[in-house]
Design a protein around this ligand. Structure first.
Ligand SMILES: Nc1nc2c(ncn2[C@@H]2O[C@H](COP(=O)(O)OP(=O)(O)O)[C@@H](O)[C@H]2O)c(=O)[nH]1
Ligand SMILES: [Mg+2]
Length: 299
């Protein structure tokens, strides 16, 4: 986590340190500089304003005068923000059988995340099946097959251009027949035709309701952390169409703007469950708010 957050740490914590060092007393200007750092790191305007307000309250209540103490207050505030409501940041795939539907726009890292998850579940001794529900491009099916090969799990796929809901239907029958513990479903993410995409997803969800209602269901929205506030907009769109139960934030390794973790979770009230910190098969971590904050504020 620490390595994956390297850039964000430089983008937030180091800058905060520098600002705090340059002040002898706590004043409005200091808070303005902190505000700017957070907004630049994609924490989001609303979330940033909340953090700053709470910081000011704490400074007042505790009669804090030394700027260097603000660092700990900020850490405390971010921890509270990430744990302030009934969140469960763990993937919930028990009891078996479980179905994990992975949604999100093209390029965010759905297929990669599925590959990493398939590998993880398989290593845990689970029987995993993957469904190639992104039938829009042949390359997408091939890419997923490669990941499944690497992870050593079976894939259910059909031809390019075939009906995604039909692939999910077939995969559910196969999951039942083979007694799979977890069925992971890839989906297409062409957001340029939002209405079609949402119809396609609805159709998939109807199939799952009808054919696999007994399965524990998790709906994971994948967001690319490097796209900042755009990720929040995508999340709003997908929330309208399906019941998202968790977020996976990818490419955290490639951005100084990992503050988006705070923004998505606090503004959308959907827990971040996974973070992607690289392109390798092991580069996926469970999101733990306390670890995240520790990594962010580590020396
Ligand atoms: N650095 C980095 N790259 C990632 C991560 N997750 C995915 N990618 C890359 O993002 C690109 C798009 O990923 P892909 O899984 O094909 O996205 P999809 O269109 O949503 O299925 C690929 O080049 C991946 O290697 C991550 O956590 N870190
Ligand atoms: Mg894909």
């Amino acid at each position: 986590m620490k390595k994956g957050l390297e850039k964000t740490r430089k983008g937030i914590t180091e800058k905060v340190d520098n600002v705090l060092k340059s002040y002898k007393k706590i004043d409005e200007e200091l808070f303005e500089e902190l505000e700017e750092i957070l907004i630049t790191a994609d924490v989001g305007v609303n979330t940033t304003l909340k953090i700053i307000e709470d910081l000011k309250d704490k400074v007042r209540e505790r009669k804090i005068e030394d700027p260097s103490e603000i660092n700990n207050l900020l850490k405390e505030e971010i921890t509270e923000l990430l744990t302030d409501y009934e969140t469960n940041n763990k993937l919930d795939l028990e009891p078996a059988p479980a179905i994990l539907l992975v949604v999100g726009v093209n390029g965010v890292g759905k297929t990669t995340t599925i590959g990493k998850l398939a590998h993880r579940f398989k290593s845990e001794g689970k029987k995993v099946l993957v469904a190639a529900g992104d039938t829009f491009r042949a390359a997408a099916i091939e890419q997923l097959s490669e990941w499944c090969n690497r992870a050593g799990v079976d894939i259910i796929a059909n031809k390019e251009g075939s009906d995604p809901a039909a692939v999910i239907f077939d995969a559910i029958q196969a999951a039942k027949a083979r007694k799979a513990d977890i069925l992971i479903c890839d989906t297409a993410g062409r957001l340029h035709n939002k209405k079609n995409l949402m119809n396609e997803l609805n159709k998939i969800f109807r199939i799952v309701d009808r054919e696999y209602s007994e399965a524990t269901r998790e709906v994971l929205l994948v967001l690319d952390a490097t796209t900042g506030q755009n990720a929040i907009m995508q999340a709003r769109t997908f929330k309208e169409a399906c019941n998202i139960t968790g977020l996976a934030l990818t490419k955290l390794d490639g951005t100084a703007k990992g503050g988006v973790v705070l923004a998505v979770q606090s503004e959308l009230k959907v827990p971040v469950k996974l973070v992607g910190v690289g392109e390798g098969i092991e580069d996926l971590q469970d999101f733990d708010p306390n670890n995240f904050v520790d990594a962010l504020f580590s020396e």
